[in-house]
Design a protein around this ligand. Structure first.
Ligand code: GTP
Ligand code: MG
Length: 370
């Protein structure tokens, strides 16, 4: 039963059509603005946008106005989410480690520092920055394809002694395709005889023009291991964040993306999620990918137990039924019945997609044999 076109659904939610297309894509549904989707699918989209749903008839969906699209007054500033990318061995992990040591509150935490794929630091001026460890280009591509849009900017690490390499170019391509600004960190400037100038020239060939050459890409020369210019890099990030004017509504049901996940022997399924909208609370019922559960415990990157996680904070959550995939969307829902419904819907979608792919494969084989 065709219920509503994507455009009409977007209009009713006062959302952008493209956002609805993206949400559908995340759910495994490929649809254009003019295409119709069934009421079940529409209802899930509506839910994912944080609206209430009222079924007028079996096939029609009415969207409740309560919890409607965030207005300007709902929005509050949120910390930037920065992904570090670059060629292998250029110093991504070293830089993340070095930046983490600049955290002015890390020492107060007293908790055990655990290695999770994302962390948030507080810089001396009191503002916060979230860093995501390079999730591997594949994972980044997957997240982008799902429209997850986790990162606000990319810090591109280029080793001064090695210059622009294939994965550097790939990272530039990803950042451009995702439409996120890029900051260049020329690393390892402590090494004798290195020529950071050469890196700038090489970047030109990939249409990255740094400020010192008259362009608009910020570029900082750093040494991760010698801790040179880390403050300048953080300043560059703050400046970029200011330009982006990043905001989210902290007062709504949480929504975000799974950064990484694992099955822990003692703790069961553990997922590191980035809260992008709303505030995730301990005890919330969430659906992550096709898995769901009640958030039994929530920990930050310093191992502290949290009751609330606001936008841009990466947290580890315990209590899911299974292990979701990196890049999966997660949402907090009102009750277990709803969680089950969404989870079943996503599982069904995944099965249908797999079946369709297998079907297409058979078709090709038949074509080949014909
Ligand atoms: P992959 O995760 O394997 O892609 O590497 P990476 O980009 O995370 O690089 P990593 O931080 O592991 O650093 C690679 C090597 O470069 C290590 O031996 C680091 O000690 C060294 N290194 C990183 N930063 C610097 C630096 O600023 N100066 C010098 N001299 N060496 C550095
Ligand atoms: Mg590394």
């Amino acid at each position: 039963p065709e219920a509503i076109t994507v455009q009409e659904l977007a209009n009713r939610m006062a959302a952008r059509g493209g956002e609805v297309v993206k949400a559908l894509f995340r759910m495994g549904v490929m649809a254009t603005l003019t295409q119709s989707i069934d009421a079940d699918t529409a209802e899930l989209v509506v839910q994912e946008f944080g609206h209430r749903v009222k079924r007028v008839s079996e096939s029609d969906v009415e969207i409740g106005l309560e919890g409607a699209e965030d207005t300007d007054t709902d929005l509050a500033a949120r910390p930037p989410v920065v992904t570090i990318m670059g060629h292998v061995d250029h110093g991504k992990t070293s830089l993340l480690d070095a930046l983490r040591k600049t955290d002015v509150v890390a020492h107060e935490a007293g908790g055990i520092t655990q290695h999770i794929g994302a962390y948030q630091i507080t810089v001396p001026d009191g503002s916060k920055v979230t860093f995501i460890d390079t999730p591997g280009h594949e994972a980044f591509t997957a997240m982008r394809a799902r429209g997850a849009g986790v990162t606000d900017m990319v810090v591109l690490v280029v080793a001064a002694d090695d210059g622009v390499m294939p994965q550097t170019v790939e990272a530039i391509r990803h950042a451009k395709a995702a439409g996120v600004p890029l900051i260049v960190a020329v690393n390892k400037i402590d090494k004798p005889g290195v020529k950071p100038e050469r890196v700038k020239q090489e970047l030109l060939q990939h249409e990255i023009v740094v400020e010192s050459l008259g362009g608009d890409t910020q570029e900082i020369e750093v040494s991760a291991t010698q801790r040179i210019n880390l403050d300048k890099l953080l300043e560059a990030i703050s400046l970029q964040a200011e330009v982006l004017d990043l905001k989210a509504n902290p007062n709504r049901a949480a929504e975000g993306t799974v950064i990484e996940s694992k099955l822990d022997r003692g703790r069961g399924p553990v997922a590191t999620v980035l809260v992008q909208k709303g505030t995730l609370k301990q005890g919330d019922i969430v659906v992550a990918g096709a898995e769901w559960g009640r958030v039994r415990a929530m920990l930050d990157d310093k191992g502290r137990q949290l009751k609330d996680a606001p936008p841009s904070l990466p947290v580890e959550i315990l209590g899911l039924s299974g292990v979701p995939s990196a890049g999966d969307n997660f949402i907090a829902v009102e009750n277990e019945a709803r969680a089950r419904e969404v989870s079943e819907f996503r599982q069904r979608r995944a099965r249908d997609k797999a079946a369709a792919a297998a079907g297409a494969g058979r078709g090709n084989l038949t074509d080949m044999l014909a």
